[in-house]
Design a protein around this ligand. Sequence first.
Ligand code: NAD
Length: 269
Amino acid sequence: MRGLKGKNVLITGGSSGIGQAIAIRFSEYGSNIAINYFRSREEAEKTEQMLQVCREQVQQQGVKDTLIQADVSQEADVVRMVKQTIDDLGGLDILINNAGFQIAGDSHDLPVSAIERVLATNLVGAYICAREAIKHFLAANKPGVIINVSSVHQIIPKPRFVGYSMSKGGMQNLTRTLALEYARNGIRVNGIGPGATVTPINRAWIDDPEKRAEVEKHIPLGRAAEADEMGAAAAFLASDDAAYITGQTLFVDGGLTLYPDFRTAWSSE
Ligand code: NAD
């Protein structure tokens, strides 16, 4: 992938699942990595070890990484995290807004605080990280890239997860608005929209064969995604191969956004 070697990449929620897979992918291409973790330093250290193994395999030498604890919903944490990334790696070129979580519950019963918590991390947190990254890109007078890890639920409703749906729907306009506002500064902003992916967020069904089959039967390509497939898409969008792409969300979903129930034309002869 062109243009990733030597780039400084900050990945929020980088100690597990899709964020971890993205970190490993960028390591393969010779990028320096700042892994943001929320709670578990041990998880982040495991990711760091995986990066080292990966670099040895692809013989990348002199590549740096750093681990940074921060809660992306807290403005002061994000300001500190971005500053530490710049101090530890020597700059910031690519931000991956990956941190996210969901809260389930019937929409008519949810306390407002449940919605606010999800939005504060998934959407406002992504905005604060983007704001701090853009400030740095502008001050350094250099191009930059932001990748927002959204979801198929950017466009597909998710009943009983209304806060999550709201956050990912909002992410589309976060991506598009920042892309338009900063295109002239050489800053590209894109999203990826994962479908059902094998990561800890889906622990409710990934290890239960019956539940997993139920999920996978809705997916046109017939299987859940591996987290590395999100890493590949994120790396492409951040690379120079995507230099003319901005404001887009690339759905990496096995066809989930193709209205699978319309596989056969049930509404006409
Ligand atoms: P995951 O639970 O492994 O990863 C989420 C990460 O975000 C965790 O490392 C967690 O610690 C971190 N995080 C949560 N709140 C945080 C906060 N306040 N500050 C910093 N970090 C925080 O699950 P994942 O599937 O890898 O999810 C990564 C992203 O992908 C999320 O944004 C999720 O919405 C999105 N996504 C996942 C799927 C899927 O099927 N796995 C599908 C669509 C979108």
